[in-house]
Write a protein that binds this ligand. Structure first.
Ligand code: GLA
Length: 401
């Protein structure tokens, strides 16, 4: 496994520098930034239920080139959306969200930081290049948010504590974009380290960095390539369902989150919920949280076989109880689980499309991709994509000079 981010590849950066010059006139005084995507090993839909998550940042991410302006104009260009041309707005208009453009992510972060008392008093230019496939569930949104966060922090000498930057990223997603997401993505991307996973207790925000030692195994990311589904509305629906289940349990139990319950306590009190769908949703949140704690122990003990079994159980729970998988993710995860040299597989991220991950013996990766890819195309009608994950560092300014 390489220990460097893809973007430190100087050919990539010099290409981006050239583009910056073409878009913004010259290449003086550019600073370079990178923000990763993330996978979540286990602990899905537990973050907004006060439970544990176990993510890692990956070397695929978003690169940004930025510099200050003397006036108050913000000028943005994305290599991924060249047809949009340069997006431009005055700093004073940063709180005005417009359409669905990626410029809202920049506006949102400016609004969150100024709302928290930080001073952003000049315009700037920013060119970005995203490598994370859109709708892949590898968190291109949080990657961009945190990228903008580190750019602003650096350009305006803000010195924002990392946890605050991460929380402002989440607040931006909740208040500015309108998705009730938890803190998983921003935390993984803001705190990621090379070859480490993060065990995070979303109730207390206490966390532990866990070395990723996979021996002969690789983490293979499998992308459904499903066009964007109703992820945001379905996500908010699951959020509301688990909140309602919690409220009903609170009529008798003194708990502040589903993550505080053991499986046994939950099972003994389902009559308080009294609705089959809500019971299933809450059962996933509770069981997945407890499964994540066991999984992390197995991972640290080097028991990858046990860890793999827990990945499979996680997928089954997301399929049957939380109902956030669908034919594309089920075909990938379940076909993967049946292949030689595979210890386990599950969807990762919000679901409804996006990616799954599998723990695959290094020698089997090629056969694995062929077999799973072929089955997927037969069932779904278009191809999946595969990448071997590399665990890279969190959002940062790049030292390129
Ligand atoms: C999305 C959200 C996260 C988390 C996951 C599911 O990625 O942004 O906060 O809830 O889904 O685990």
């Amino acid at each position: 496994m390489s220990n460097s981010n893809i973007v430190e590849n100087s050919t990539v950066l010099s290409g981006l520098t050239k583009s910056f010059g073409q878009v913004f006139g010259d290449t003086e005084n550019i600073d370079y930034f990178f923000s990763p995507g993330r996978i979540n090993l286990i602990g899905e839909h537990t973050d907004y239920n006060g439970g544990f998550v176990f993510p890692a940042s990956i070397t695929i991410g978003t690169t940004g080139l930025a510099r200050l302006r003397k006036d108050n104009k913000v000028r943005l260009f994305s290599q991924n959306f060249p047809d949009l041309g340069v997006i431009e707005f005055d700093l004073e208009d940063a709180s005005k969200k417009e359409g669905n453009s990626w410029g809202n992510y920049v506006k949102g972060m400016i609004t969150m930081l100024t709302g928290a008392g930080y001073v952003i008093d000049k315009g700037f230019e920013l060119l970005i290049n995203g490598e994370i496939p859109t709708a892949s569930g590898l968190s291109s949104s949080a990657s961009l948010e945190l990228l903008v966060g580190v750019v602003l922090e650096d350009l305006f000498n803000l010195d924002v504590p990392r946890l605050e930057l991460v929380q402002l990223g989440q607040k931006k997603e909740n208040d500015f974009i309108g998705v009730n997401s938890g803190i998983l993505d921003q935390f993984a991307i803001g705190f990621g380290e090379i070859n480490k996973a993060i065990l995070l207790d979303c109730n207390t925000l206490k966390y532990e960095m866990v070395p990723v030692e996979l021996g002969d195994y690789d983490i293979v990311i499998m992308n459904t390539n499903k066009p964007r589904a109703l992820t945001e509305s379905k996500y908010n629906e699951r959020f509301a369902e688990t909140r309602e289940a919690l409220k009903r349990m609170q009529t008798k139990l003194s708990i502040s989150a589903l993550g505080e319950l053991s499986n046994e306590e939950f099972d003994a009190n389902t009559d308080l919920i009294g609705d089959e769908t809500l019971i299933k949703r809450a059962r996933h949140a509770v069981y997945e949280n407890n499964r994540t704690k066991v999984a992390q122990k197995a991972f640290v003990a080097g028991d990858l076989a046990e860890f793999g079994q827990l990945l499979n159980a996680s997928h089954a729970s997301l399929k049957n109880d939380y109902e956030v998988t669908g034919i594309e993710l089920d075909t990938l995860a379940e076909t993967a689980q049946a292949q030689a040299g595979v210890l386990g597989a599950r969807m990762t991220g919000a679901g409804f499309g996006g990616c799954a991950i599998a723990l695959v013996s290094h020698d089997n990766v090629e056969d694995f991709q062929n077999a799973v890819g072929q089955k997927y195309e037969e069932v779904v009608g278009y191809p999946a994509s595969f990448y071997v994950a590399q665990i890279g560092s969190g959002s940062t300014k790049l030292d390129v000079n």
